[in-house]
Design a protein around this ligand. Structure first.
Ligand code: IMP
Ligand code: MG
Length: 178
């Protein structure tokens, strides 16, 4: 079964935005070392592209959490599938996510990581769907794009585990299944 996909943000727009975010982050963390925490699997493409463009020293770790089943709406349950390999105590942690939707995943993650005594915890997301937010206390420090309430894929984002490899961000036409 193939879904129809309409391009929302093309490869060039995404690359330019990541460049801009990386410049800002590099300035904000001048003289420090950033510990990037990539939220798998969706955050992996964005994290790599962002990391390559940051000018201050970077270390990386990966975490896998699940808040969604196989569909397109949040279950509200966040489960740790893979925890970080290293301690974050005393480190400048920057969580890198693909998208913030309800905000449940990040709200949970921030709380969890704060308990581990990092020097700081900030958030960077490639996409934000502000209309969908149910958790109001999530402060996002860096946002690539604000997008409307549509289900998107590509650049790490999936629909039933497909389309993560698309080099652009597209909207899935859920009524247009063939
Ligand atoms: P939240 O907990 O509702 O903010 O959901 C965050 C997670 O849900 C993201 O990290 C994605 O994995 C997934 N998600 C939310 N919206 C979309 C979308 O439009 N396309 C693909 N995955 C999404
Ligand atoms: Mg995610």
């Amino acid at each position: 079964m193939a879904e129809k996909i309409r391009i929302l943000l093309d490869e060039k727009e995404v690359a330019q935005t990541i460049e801009r975010l990386a410049d800002r982050i590099s300035r904000d963390y001048e003289g420090k070392e950033i510990h990037l925490v990539c939220v798998l699997k969706g955050g992996v493409f964005f994290t790599c592209e962002l990391a390559k463009r940051i000018h201050v020293p970077v270390t990386m770790d990966f975490m896998s959490v699940s808040s969604y089943g196989s569909g397109t709406s949040s279950s509200g349950v966040v489960k740790i599938i893979k925890d970080l390999d290293e301690s974050i105590a005393g480190r400048e942690v920057l969580i890198v996510e693909d998208i913030i939707d309800s905000g449940r995943t990040l709200s949970y993650l921030i709380q969890l990581l704060r308990q581990r005594n990092p020097a700081s915890v900030r958030l960077c997301t490639m996409l934000d769907k502000p209309e969908r937010r149910v958790v109001e206390d999530v402060v996002v420090d860096y946002v690539g794009f604000h997008i409307p309430d549509e289900f998107v894929v590509g650049y790490g984002l999936d629909y039933n585990q497909k389309y993560r490899n698309l080099p652009y961000i597209g909207v899935v036409d859920l009524n247009g299944e063939e």
